[in-house]
Design a binder for this molecule. Structure first.
Ligand SMILES: [Fe+2]
Ligand SMILES: [Fe+2]
Length: 167
């Protein structure tokens, strides 16, 4: 299914999804066979549908979901570079995504949307989400990432802990 065919959803996210900086995520690999663009769109759409079903803020769920992994550079580029454990991708990319979202899409950055992005890596990042929409996005992210979760050997790499060609 092409999520962008859903008119109501598309109208919420069209400014972001067509933005040149966001489109660069088509070339960022999220994991083996999926770009950050595809991953983010899936998380956003699943979160939007759940929020709509529950009668909570579907716009913020859609936008927060779309920007939750809007970090600066492909995380694979950092693999193998020395950095302290708590500076690894899994721990820092939510904060990076928030900074980058404020840079490019500041008009959408109210406190709820910021919380969605900043807290989506709970429980790896130990502070839990504050809003129902942020819980929806963090769960949607885990659900959509299931293909990675099914392969425990891929976890360290997914979290940015192991050089890609080191096995
Ligand atoms: Fe993430
Ligand atoms: Fe994600």
């Amino acid at each position: 299914m092409n999520f962008l065919d859903d008119k109501e959803y598309y109208n919420i996210i069209k400014d972001i999804v067509n933005h040149e900086e966001f489109l660069k995520r088509k070339d960022f690999l999220h994991h083996e066979n999926e770009s950050v663009y595809e991953h983010s769109l899936k998380v956003s759409y699943v979160a939007y549908k759940i929020a709509k079903l529950l009668g909570v803020d579907k716009e913020k769920a859609a936008i927060g979901g779309l920007l939750h992994d809007f970090y600066y550079e492909p995380w694979q580029d950092k693999l193998g570079k020395k950095s302290p454990f708590f500076k690894k991708h899994g721990f820092v990319h939510a904060k990076e995504a928030l900074e980058n979202s404020c840079k490019y899409f500041n008009k959408y950055m109210d406190k709820k949307t910021k919380n969605i992005i900043l807290r989506h890596m709970f429980p790896l990042n130990i502070i839990p989400p504050r809003y129902i929409e942020a819980w929806i996005v963090t769960m949607a992210d885990k659900y959509v990432s299931m293909s990675v979760l099914k392969h425990p050997k891929a976890w360290p790499k997914y979290l940015g802990l192991k050089p890609k060609n080191n096995n």
